[in-house]
Design a protein around this ligand. Structure first.
Ligand SMILES: O=C(O)CCC(=O)C(=O)O
Ligand SMILES: [Fe+2]
Length: 388
């Protein structure tokens, strides 16, 4: 297999970036360059100087309890209540390319206020507060997830600067894609993939898709295999958990912004098979760029050194897979793409109803707010999200 067509995921040691020996950092940057161009995924070890072990362990200890809350308590924070698309999605409420994902999840984000006001783009609606179960039901959980979010976001910001260097840019070469801190909101979720049973219609935990933003930092909480990533020949390569690491992958926004140098890689999760004794849990955090950035605009065009462009060309163009792919980054602001990823939901399962909602939204006959107001709230029992 050519070096460009990976058959395993590299493991990078984050502590090399702060080593007193400059050769260590250079080695890290070179490994990161390979991961960016040829793989799109990596494991990152030795990050505890930024994300403390005790913060990770504290969050992990809450996760089974979070999902074991009574169903009616989980439904109180259902995503359909939130114009910001934050909150609980019950098992089977999400479709990827028309196929049900067998996962249950809580979406959270950096603490934020609602900022949308009349006249603003609809996509400013994604800014807003998370929904939390009542504190006495799970005391300390809110603090645990907020602390985790803040530390992992810091890791993400430091990593963005390393990515810039691996692409031959200055350390702040990607900073133009970010807004002031009070206008940035990173999103993430806590996910449960239940064990399959005799009645399971498929083993799709989450179907093949790309992530949208610049960077995803994923904590695989349990030891289940199941996460798989697709190489250039279309083979699915296991990204099984390695204790003490995060999995990092790159999203479509970074791929567009870097003219295809960094690759977004299609991935999926298979449900724990019959016979597994515990569900699989994971916590992805999606490190976003500013909502108003339109990566195709002149001010966002980056100049890369010829040797880096050569490496991209040696890899070859990224074959189009039929995974969810967020191609709207070519023309639309980042916030719009985020919103689309959220609004492509089917409320009732009727395809006709779905097309009517899609038509109204995408032809701007109905604003996002109206779509939400008119449909989500009244169909909260039938909430559903859809990735096309
Ligand atoms: O749960 C995982 O390991 C990955 C989830 C994922 O790819 C996603 O939610 O975008
Ligand atoms: Fe993903």
């Amino acid at each position: 297999m050519s070096p460009q067509n990976f058959s395993s995921i590299p493991v990078l040691d984050y502590s090399l970036t702060t080593s007193s020996n400059p050769a260590d950092k250079a080695e890290f940057i070179s490994q990161l360059q390979n991961a960016l161009i040829n793989v799109g995924f990596l494991y990152l070890s030795n990050t505890s100087s930024v994300v403390e072990d005790k913060v990770v362990n504290e969050l992990v200890s809450f996760i089974p309890r979070l999902f074991d809350l009574p169903q009616e308590e989980k439904e109180k924070v259902i995503m359909a209540n939130s114009p910001h698309f934050l909150g609980y999605s019950r098992l089977g409420a999400e479709l990827t390319k028309g196929q049900t994902d067998y996962r249950e999840q809580f979406d959270f984000a950096t603490p934020h206020v609602s900022r949308w006001k009349p006249g603003d783009p609809d996509y400013y609606n994604v800014w807003g507060p998370s929904q939390y179960p009542d504190e006495p039901l799970i005391p300390g959980f809110r603090n645990a997830i907020e602390t985790y979010f803040s530390q992992v976001t810091k890791l993400g910001s430091q990593f963005i600067s390393l990515i810039a260097q691996a692409l031959g840019l200055a350390p702040d070469g990607l900073s133009r894609f970010y807004d002031t801190p009070e206008r940035m909101q990173h999103r993430g979720k806590i996910v449960k993939y239940p064990v399959m049973n005799e009645r399971s219609a498929s083993d799709q935990g989450v179907g093949p898709h790309y992530d949208a933003g610049f960077l995803t930092i994923l904590l695989q909480v349990t030891s289940h295999p199941g996460l798989q990533v697709q190489n250039l020949s279309g083979d699915w390569i296991d990204a099984s958990p390695i204790p003490g690491t995060f999995v990092i992958n790159f999203g479509r926004a970074l791929e567009f912004a870097t003219k295809g140098i960094a690759r977004a890689t299609s991935h999926r999760v298979l449900s724990p098979p019959i016979g597994s004794t515990t569900p699989r849990y994971s916590v992805p955090l999606f490190h976003n760029i500013a909502l108003d950035v339109r990566v195709s605009e002149p001010e966002y065009q980056l100049e890369f050194p010829p040797e880096v462009l050569k490496l991209r060309d040696a890899r070859g163009s990224l074959s189009t897979t039929d995974s969810v792919n967020y191609s709207e980054f070519e023309t639309q602001p980042s916030g719009y793409v985020q919103l689309m990823g959220r609004v492509k939901y089917v409320l009732p399962s009727s395809p006709l109803f779905f097309f009517v909602v899609q038509f109204l939204f995408f032809t701007h006959r109905m604003s996002h707010n109206d779509t939400i107001r008119n449909f989500s709230r009244s169909f909260s029992q039938m909430d559903c999200r859809y990735k096309a």
